[in-house]
Design a protein around this ligand. Structure first.
Ligand SMILES: NC(=O)c1ccc[n+]([C@@H]2O[C@H](COP(=O)([O-])OP(=O)(O)OC[C@H]3O[C@@H](n4cnc5c(N)ncnc54)[C@H](O)[C@@H]3O)[C@@H](O)[C@H]2O)c1
Length: 259
C-alpha cells in the first residue's frame, strides 16, 4: 500500500471526482480529509469513505477564503495527523456565455474558485509540507486548459492557469523533495454533466462524437470517463509510485486532446 498512514486533503472532496480520489486513497492505506464548501456533504462523504476521525474527516472549508482554509488545515492536523498530500478537486464550471456578454461576477467567481482557490490551498499545503520536508500535490485542471471551448472563456482561462501554476510550484518545491503535478480530466460522468445542456453548450453526444459547428473535438475512446479512471491517475501522481515525476500535466481524457 503506497500511501500507508499518510494524510491527504482533498478539496472539493464531496464531489464526483473528489469522492473517487478519496476511495482510492483509502484503498492505498491513506487517510483522507474531505474539505468542501458544503459542510453536510463533506461529513457524509467522510463517513461513507471510512471511519470518521480515524481514517477520514469531513471539514467545511471555502477554497476562496484564506482564513477558512487556515482553520480547515489546522483541523485536519488535529484530527488526522501531519499533512502528506493535497488534491485540489474544488471547482465550478458555470453555465456558458459568449465573451461579449459574459457577466463580470460570473467570470470572477470561476477564476476565484478554480484558479485562486488552487493557489490558496496549494500555498497552505506547501508551507506545511516544507516544514516536514515531504509531500505531494496534485492539482486538477481540465482538457479545457488546452482545448478552447465556445462559451467557456472563464473556465478555460482558469484551467490553463492551473497547469502553468502547477509547473512553477513544482520548480519551487523540487529541491525540498516535494512534488507537484496536474491531472487534466476530460469529460467525466459527475454532477458537472448537468451544465452541458445550455443553449450555446453542447450535450453529451456532442462531447463524445464532436461537432465541427461548435468547434468541439470528440472523444476517440467514444465515452465519458468514470470518476474512478481520473482518480487512478491522481493517486498514482500523489503516491511514491511516481517519485521521479514532477511538474507534469497528465491528460486523462480518452484521447480528446490528441493533436
Ligand atoms: N466532470 C468533468 O467533466 C470534469 C472535467 C474536467 C475537469 N473537471 C474538474 O474536476 C474537479 C472536480 O469536478 P467534479 O466533476 O467532481 O465536480 P463536482 O461538482 O461533482 O465537485 C466539485 C466539488 O467542489 C466543491 N466546491 C465548489 N466550490 C468550492 C469552494 N469554494 N470551496 C470548497 N469546495 C468547493 C463542491 O461543493 C463540490 O463538492 C473540478 O475542478 C472540475 O473543474 C471536471
Amino acid at each position: 500500500m503506497t500511501l500507508d498512514g499518510t494524510v491527504t486533503v482533498v478539496t472539493g472532496g464531496a464531489g464526483g471526482i473528489g469522492m473517487a480520489v478519496g476511495r482510492h486513497i483509502i484503498a492505498e492505506g491513506g487517510k483522507v480529509a474531505v474539505l468542501d464548501i458544503d459542510a453536510d456533504r463533506a461529513c457524509d462523504a467522510a463517513q461513507s469513505l471510512g471511519s470518521s476521525g480515524v481514517t477520514t474527516a469531513g471539514i467545511r472549508a471555502d477554497v476562496t477564503d484564506p482564513e477558512s482554509l487556515e482553520d480547515g488545515f489546522r483541523a485536519v492536523v488535529d484530527r488526522l495527523g501531519p499533512l502528506y498530500g493535497l488534491v485540489t478537486c474544488a471547482g465550478i464550471r458555470q453555465t456558458s456565455a459568449p465573451v461579449a456578454s459574459f457577466p463580470y461576477e460570473r467570470w470572477k467567481r470561476v477564476l476565484d474558485v478554480d484558479l485562486f482557490g488552487t493557489f490558496l490551498s496549494s500555498r497552505k499545503a506547501a508551507a506545511m509540507m516544507l516544514e516536514r520536508g515531504e509531500g505531494s500535490i496534485v492539482t486538477i485542471g481540465s482538457t479545457s486548459a488546452t482545448l478552447p471551448r465556445i462559451g467557456q472563456a472563464a473556465y478555460c482561462t482558469a484551467k490553463a492557469g492551473v497547469a502553468a501554476f502547477t509547473k512553477v510550484l513544482a520548480l519551487e518545491l523540487a529541491e525540498s523533495g516535494i512534488r507537484a503535478n496536474c491531472v487534466n480530466p476530460g469529460s467525466t460522468a459527475t454532477g458537472m454533466v448537468d451544465l452541458w445542456s445550455s443553449p450555446i453548450e453542447s450535450g453529451v453526444e456532442d462531447r463524445i462524437h464532436g461537432n465541427l459547428q461548435r468547434f468541439r473535438a470528440g472523444v476517440p475512446l467514444r465515452r465519458l470517463a468514470r470518476p474512478e479512471e481520473i482518480a487512478d491517475s491522481v493517486v498514482f501522481l500523489l503516491s511514491p509510485r511516481s517519485s521521479y515525476i514532477t511538474g507534469h500535466v497528465l491528460a486523462v481524457d480518452g484521447g480528446e486532446s490528441i493533436i
